[in-house]
Design a protein around this ligand. Sequence first.
Ligand code: CA
Ligand code: CA
Length: 328
Amino acid sequence: MLIDKMLTKDRVLICLLISSHVYFVLGSGSFNVALNKPTWQSSTYRSGVSSRAVDGNTNQRWYGNSCTETNNNKAREWLCVDLKQSFDISSMKIFNRIDGGTNNIKGFEVRLSSTGNCDEGGFISATACYKDHTSTGQSIYTIDRCNQPSVPSLSARFVFVSIKRQYLYICELQIFTGLGSFNVALNKPTWQSSTLGDSSNAVDGNTNQDWYGGSCTITNNKKAREWLCVDLKQSFDISSMKIFNMASCCTDEMKGFEIRLSFTGHCDEAGFTSATPCYQDQAQKGQYVYTIERCNQPPVLSLSARYVFVSVQRQYLHICELQIFAGP
Ligand SMILES: [Ca+2]
Ligand SMILES: [Ca+2]
C-alpha cells in the first residue's frame, strides 16, 4: 500500500514536470488551438492529406510524412482548419516545405470566417485577412496581424490558407491564442463505462439540463464505478471545470462524484483505474451546476491533465455538459 502510494506520488511529480515542460515549449501561456482539429483541402495528392497540417509534426521535408499536398494547381488551392469555436488569435505560423516546391507558397492568402464550413463555399465567402508579399518562399511564416484593411483583427473559427495556380504544400499550421481562457473539452473525444445516452452529449456545447433536451449523457449500468472520460488531446493546466447535472430528475445521483486525472493511458477501464483521484464531491445534496477550481484529494492539488474522468458509485451517471477551462 505504501509502495502504491509512493508510485502514485512519483507518477504525479513526473507528470507535473512533463506538463510544465509542454507549457514552456508553447511559450508565454499561449496554446496552439489548431492542433489535431478537423481539416480539409481543395484536393489531395498522394499521402498529402490535410490533417498533416495540424499533426503536431513540423518536419518540413516531404518524406517526413508531415506535409500536405493538393492534387491540382487550379485558380485557388486552399487548406482549411475548423477550430470548432471562434478564437482571438494572437499569431499563426506556417511551416513551408523546404525540400522542393518552396516557392509555391509565394503570394499566399489567409482568409478567416466565423460561420460557414471548410468547403469551397466557405472559402469564397471568407474574408481576406493577410496577403504575402515576399519575393521568395520562406521556410517559416509568422503572422501576428492581418494586412488586409477589411479585417483588422485575427479572430476566427475557420482559417483558410490559399495560393493561386500552384500545388499547395503545408508542413504545419500553428494557430496560437493567448487571450482569456476557453473550454478545451468542447467537441473533444469522449467515452463512458456504458451507454444509454451518448457520451459526446457531455461536450456538445449545449448546457440544456433537461433529459428531453437531447444534450445529456447517461450510462446504461449502475455498477461499482460508472465513468465518463474526455480526451483533451494534449495536456492542459486547467483553471476550472463546470459540470452541468441533470435538473429534470435524478439530481441527487451525482452526490459523491469523483474526478480523476491522467496524462497518459486512454479513456478506458484501465485508464480510469490508473488515473489519479483529484476531487471528491462532499455536498449533502445534488447540485445543478458544480464549479471545481482545484483538487481536494492530496497530493494532487492542481488541475493538470490530458484525460479527465468523472465517476459515480453504484448509480447511473448523467452529465448534461462538462466544461473544462484552460488559459494563461
Ligand atoms: Ca505536420
Ligand atoms: Ca450537452
